[in-house]
Write a protein that binds this ligand. Structure first.
Ligand code: NOJ
Ligand code: CA
Length: 898
C-alpha cells in the first residue's frame, strides 16, 4: 500500500457534501449466496458475508451492492421475489441482515440493496390472489391482464433466448398476463394507485432499516401504453418522481440507482431535473470500452461520451465493466454487436440473449496489462465505478452452466476445499467452483494474491486507494482532449482547485501523443502514484509517451511563486531602467515598500509571514560586474515588534526570449513588468543562467564587490580551484524544490547556496562545513569550496553564499525512509496472520523473524548513518585549538541547561 505524504504544497480542495457520498463511491457488487457460506450448507449467507467485511474494507471499496436476497423460487436468481419483507432462509434471517447492515456501517461501508418494483415472482401472494380474483376485483388490478395477446405489440422481448412473447396465458385467470422478463415474473400494474402504495411501503421498510441506496431493477418498464415501446414513458417518470419526493421528505442521504438499459438520451431522463434517480447505469459506455480496447482506438468511447448529455450536479453515472448478467449488447448497433461477438465471443456457448456471458478476465484473454488498463479507465471516466465480486482477483467463468450462472460461481478464497467458500459436500454447492485449468481456484484465489504484493488484488487495492484521494474523479467535470494519435485516450477531470490529466494508451505498442494543454501552461504534471514530477507544460502542445497498454493519472500542479501558487497574480508595472540609484529615488522607495514587499511576502523563503510589517526599505545595493547582469538588493523588513530582518534579493531585467522562457519556467520569479508594453520584465535573478555564472565567478576569483554601504567578501578553498581547473562550468541550474534558500548546481559538481535571510554572526551551516572539510579532514560531508560574506560598517558579517562540492543523490533521507516504511507495511499487510509490532531496541536485539519483515537493507543505511555521525563527532573533537570547536567538559551547568 502506498504511504501518502500530505500534499502540503497543493491548493486545498473543497470538501464535497456528505449526502453526495455516492458520487465518490466505489461499489462492490455481490450475491449473498456466492460469497461465503458460514453454516456450510453449500449456500453463502449473511454470517459468511459478515466474516468477510474486513476483506472488503481492506480492498478499499466504500459501498456494497447486494443482489436480491428475499424469499424467491430463484428462477431468476432472486429477481423473482415472492416476499418483499423478509430474507430468503437459505441466507439467514432479517436479524442477520440487520447485524450485517450495522457492521457494514461501523466499518464505514454503505449498503445498496435491490428494489425490484416492475415485477414479482408468480409465487408472490399478490399474484396468487390476482389470478384467482374475478375481473374488476381490486386484486385482479394488481397485475397487467389482457384477453388479447397482441396488445402492446411494439414492446421488444428482452429474454429472447427464453421467451417468445411478453404475454403468457394463465388457465386459472383465463386471461393473459404481461411480463417483460421470464414468464414466471408477472409485471405489476403501476396504473393502479394501490400497487404504487404497496411498492412505496416496501421502500419505506428497507430505508427505515437503514439501507443507504436502492437499485431500481428494470425501472423503464413500469407503465405500458399501446402504440409505444412501453419503455421510458412519461407516466413511468411520474412514478419515479413521486418515489423520490417521498424519500426526500424523510431522508437527505439515501440514493436511488436506476437500472435503465437505454441509449444515453433516454438514460439521462432517469435523473429528471435532479428529482428522479441519483444514479443511473451508463449501459452504452460499457461495451464501447471493450470495443476501444480491442480496436486500439478511442473513437467508440469518445463517440458515446459525446452523445451523453450533461447530468444535473446532484447526480452521477454508475459505470461498470461486468456484472451478474450477460455483457449486454442491446445498446450498440448491429454492426457493433457483430464486432463484439466476433472478437469477444467466438464460442457460441458464450452468447446469451443479446449479450456475452463471460467474466472479465477470460474476456480479456487473462491479459494482466489489459485488465489493469480497463480498470484504470473504469476508475477515472465520469461516474462511480462498480466492481463485480471476484473480478478483483481475475476470476474465470464456466460457460457450460445454464442461463447466466457461468459468472455467478462461488468466490475463490483459498486453495482449500470448495475454494474456501464452504465446508459442505462439493455436490451440495449452489453452483460448482471454478476448476478450469487457467482459472482454477487453487491458483486464482484471495489468499494466494494477498501473499503476493505483485498480484492483481494488490494492484487493485492501490488503484482504489489513489482514486479515493482525488475528489476530481468522483465530482470533477470531464473534458476530452483530442490528440491526433487516436490510440491515445486523454482527458482532464477538474473539481474545485484539483485537475487530473488522464492519458491511456489503448495500443499494445508504445505510443506518443501531443496533448493540447494550452489552459495549463506553466503547470507541472505529477504522477498520482509515485509523485514523480513530469516536465513543466511549456506551450500548448505537451508531448507524452506511453508504454504498451499503460496509462497515467497526472495531477496538474500549479506554477509556484517560489513555492506559492501563482493563481491570477497581477504584475505591477515599474519604471526601473537599470540605473542603481533608482532604488533610492522616490519612485524606487515606493516600489520597494509596496510592490517588492508584496512579491517577497509570497516567496517561500520569506520566513516572517506571521509578523506585522511596519515598513520595508532597500538598505544596500551591489552591482554585479558585466553589463546588466544583476543587482543585489539588501532589503530591510522592519516590524511593529522585534528586530528587523535583512533579505537578499538579486534582480535583473530580462527581455525577448529570455523573458518568455522565465515567464513559463519560473513564473514565480517575475516581480514586475517594465513599462506597460515593452514585454521586458524585472525578475528575481536566480533563475537566470548569466547571474548564476556571475555568482560563482565572485567566489572563484575571490572578488570583493563594493556596495552603497557595505561590501561582499569572497573566500575560496583550494579545492574550488581544483574543481575548476578545466575552466568554468558548462551548465548551471537552479534547484526548484528548495524552500528557505536558493541553490544552484553547476555541472553536477558544484553546489552554491544563496542564503536569503542574512543573519549577522556565525552561520552554523557554513562554519560546520568549513571546519569538517578544511580543518578535520572529514570526507563524509560535501566539501567546503568557498563562501561570500556581507560586511558593513557597524555590524557583524553575515553569510550570503556557501559553495560546496555537489553530491548527486537519488533521494533524500526522508523519502528513503518513507519508502522503507511503505515496503514494511506492504509486507506486514500481506502476511496471512497479523504481525506483532517489532520490539523496540537495538538492531542486534531484534529477533530474526522480525528482521526479515523489516528487511535489513534500510536499517543497514541507518546503521551507517549512525556510524558516520559518530565519526563526525570524533573528527570535530580532534580540534583542540579553535575556540568555537575545542571540546569542553560536559559540566553540571551544561547538563542542567539541556
Ligand atoms: C435485471 C437484472 O440485472 C437481471 O438479472 C434480471 O434477470 C432482470 N433485471 C429481471 O429482473
Ligand atoms: Ca449457508
Amino acid at each position: 500500500m502506498q504511504i501518502q505524504t500530505a500534499d502540503s504544497t497543493l491548493p486545498e480542495v473543497a470538501k464535497p457534501p456528505v449526502p453526495l457520498w455516492f458520487k465518490e463511491a466505489i461499489i462492490y457488487q455481490l450475491h449473498i449466496k456466492t460469497f461465503c457460506d458460514a453454516n456450510n450448507d453449500g449456500i453463502g449467507d449473511f454470517q459468511g458475508l459478515l466474516s468477510k467485511l474486513d476483506y472488503l474494507k481492506n480492498l478499499g471499496i466504500t459501498a456494497i451492492w447486494l443482489l436480491p436476497f428475499y424469499p424467491s423460487p430463484l428462477r431468476d436468481d432472486g429477481y423473482d421475489i415472492s416476499d418483499y419483507y423478509s430474507v430468503n432462509p437459505s441466507y439467514g434471517t432479517l436479524e442477520d441482515f440487520k447485524q450485517f447492515l450495522d457492521a457494514a456501517h461501523d466499518a464505514g461501508l454503505r449498503v445498496i440493496t435491490e428494489l425490484v418494483l416492475n415485477h414479482t415472482s408468480d409465487q408472490h401472494i399478490w399474484f396468487q390472489k390476482s389470478r384467482r380474483a374475478p375481473k374488476g376485483d381490486p386484486w385482479r388490478g394488481f397485475y397487467v391482464w389482457s384477453d388479447d395477446p397482441s396488445k402492446y405489440s411494439d414492446a421488444r422481448i428482452i429474454f429472447k433466448d427464453y421467451e417468445t412473447s411478453n404475454w403468457t396465458y394463465d388457465p386459472l385467470a383465463k386471461s393473459y398476463y404481461w411480463h417483460r422478463f421470464f414468464y414466471h415474473q408477472p409485471d405489476l400494474n403501476y396504473d393502479n394507485p394501490e400497487v404504487k402504495s404497496a411498492a412505496f411501503k416496501v421502500l419505506d421498510f428497507w430505508l427505515d432499516l437503514g439501507v443507504d441506496g436502492l437499485r431500481l431493477d428494470a425501472i423503464p418498464y413500469l407503465i405500458e401504453r399501446d402504440g409505444t415501446s412501453c419503455e421510458n414513458l412519461i407516466e413511468t417518470h411520474q412514478v419515479l418522481q413521486e418515489l423520490r419526493a417521498r424519500i426526500d421528505s424523510k431522508y437527505d442521504d439515501r440514493m436511488l440507482l436506476a437500472e435503465a438499459n437505454q441509449w444515453p438520451e433516454d438514460a439521462v431522463a432517469y435523473f429528471g431535473k435532479g428529482n428522479e434517480c441519483h444514479m443511473c447505469f451508463h449501459f452504452p459506455l460499457m461495451p464501447r470500452i471493450f470495443m476501444s480496447l480491442h480496436m486500439e482506438d478511442r473513437y467508440p468511447i469518445v463517440d458515446i461520451l459525446e452523445q451523453t448529455p450533461q447530468i444535473p450536479g446532484n447526480c452521477q453515472w454508475a459505470i461498470f465493466l461486468r456484472n451478474h448478467d450477460e455483457l449486454t449488447l442491446e445498446m450498440v448497433t448491429e454492426e457493433e454487436r457483430d464486432y463484439m461477438y466476433h472478437v469477444y465471443a467466438r464460442d457460441a456457448r458464450a452468447r446469451i440473449n443479446l449479450g456475452i456471458r463471460r467474466r472479465l478476465a477470460p474476456l480479456l484473454g487473462n491479459n494482466r496489462k489489459k485488465l489493469e488498463l480497463i480498470h484504470s479507465m473504469l476508475f477515472c471516466l465520469p461516474g462511480s465505478p462498480i466492481l463485480y465480486y471476484g473480478d478483483e482477483i481475475g476470476m474465470g467463468d464456466n460457460i457450460y452452466l445454464g442461463d447466466r450462472n457461468g459468472v455467478r460461481t462461488p468466490m475463490q478464497w483459498n486453495a482449500d476445499k470448495n475454494a474456501g467458500f464452504s465446508r459442505a459436500n462439493p455436490h451440495s454447492l449452489f453452483l460448482p467452483v471454478n476448476i478450469d485449468p487457467e482459472f482454477h481456484y487453487e491458483a486464482v484465489n484471495v489468499e494466494v494474491q494477498e501473499a503476493n504484493l505483485s498480484s492483481f488484488l494488490w494492484w487493485m487495492r492501490r488503484v482504489i486507494a489513489i482514486r479515493k484521494r482525488f475528489p476530481a474523479f468522483g465530482h470533477g467535470d470531464f473534458q476530452m482532449l483530442a490528440p491526433s494519435n487516436n490510440k491515445v485516450l486523454a482527458f482532464t477531470r477538474t473539481y474545485d482547485t484539483q485537475t487530473i490529466l488522464v492519458a491511456v494508451n489503448l495500443s499494445r505498442f508504445s505510443q506518443a501523443a501531443e496533448l493540447d494543454l494550452q489552459k495549463w501552461i506553466g503547470w507541472t504534471p505529477e504522477d498520482t502514484f509515485g509523485h514523480a514530477r513530469f516536465p513543466v507544460i511549456r506551450d500548448g502542445k505537451y508531448p507524452i509517451t506511453l508504454g504498451p497498454h499503460s496509462s497515467f493519472w497526472l495531477l496538474l500542479t500549479p506554477p509556484e511563486v517560489a513555492g506559492v501558487a501563482d493563481g491570477e497574480r497581477h504584475l505591477p508595472v515599474c519604471e526601473f531602467n537599470g540605473d542603481p540609484s533608482w532604488w533610492f529615488s522616490t519612485a524606487g522607495t515606493r516600489f520597494v515598500d509596496r510592490d517588492l514587499t508584496n512579491y517577497v511576502k509570497g516567496c517561500r523563503w520569506f520566513r516572517s509571514k506571521a509578523r506585522s510589517i511596519l515598513n520595508v526599505n532597500a538598505v544596500d545595493l551591489l552591482v554585479f560586474p558585466g553589463d546588466g547582469v544583476a543587482q543585489l538588493l539588501l532589503v530591510a523588513f522592519n516590524y511593529t515588534e522585534g528586530p528587523r530582518d535583512l533579505y537578499a534579493l538579486p534582480v535583473r531585467i530580462v527581455s525577448g526570449d529570455e523573458a518568455r522562457k522565465i515567464e513559463v519556467e519560473y513564473p514565480g520569479t517575475v516581480i514586475a513588468k517594465l513599462g506597460k508594453t515593452s514585454g521586458d520584465l524585472l525578475v528575481d535573478a536566480t533563475g537566470s543562467e548569466i547571474f548564476q555564472r556571475a555568482l560563482l565567478d565572485v567566489v572563484a576569483n575571490s572578488r570583493t564587490l563594493a556596495g552603497k554601504l557595505g561590501k561582499l567578501v569572497a573566500t575560496k578553498s583550494s579545492r574550488l580551484t581544483e574543481v575548476l581547473k578545466d575552466g568554468p562550468p558548462q551548465t548551471s541550474r537552479i534547484l526548484k524544490v528548495e524552500q528557505s534558500n536558493s541553490s544552484v548546481i553547476y555541472d553536477d559538481k558544484i553546489y552554491l547556496k544563496l542564503f536569503r535571510k542574512l543573519d549577522e554572526g556565525i552561520n552554523p551551516d557554513l562554519e560546520m562545513t568549513k571546519q569538517l572539510s578544511e580543518k578535520c579532514g572529514f570526507e563524509h560531508v560535501p566539501a567546503y569550496l568557498g563562501d561570500v560574506q556581507y560586511a558593513a560598517p557597524g555590524q557583524e558579517q553575515a553569510a550570503l553564499i556557501l559553495v560546496q562540492a555537489f553530491t548527486p543523490n537519488v533521494e533524500n533521507g526522508w523519502s528513503h525512509t518513507l519508502a522503507a516504511v511503505d515496503r514494511y507495511f506492504e509486507r506486514v499487510l500481506s502476511e496471512p496472520q497479523p504481525v506483532a509490532p517489532p520490539p523496540a531496541g537495538l538492531w542486534d536485539e531484534v529477533p530474526e523473524p522480525f528482521r526479515s519483515v523489516i528487511q535489513g537493507v534500510h536499517l543497514e543505511t541507518i546503521r551507517l548513518l549512525g556510524e558516520r555521525t559518530a565519526e563526525m563527532h570524533l573528527a570535530l573533537a580532534q580540534d583542540l585549538e579553535s575556540p568555537d570547536f575545542a571540546p569542553e567538559p560536559f559540566s553540571l551547568q551544561h547538563q542542567r541547561s539541556i
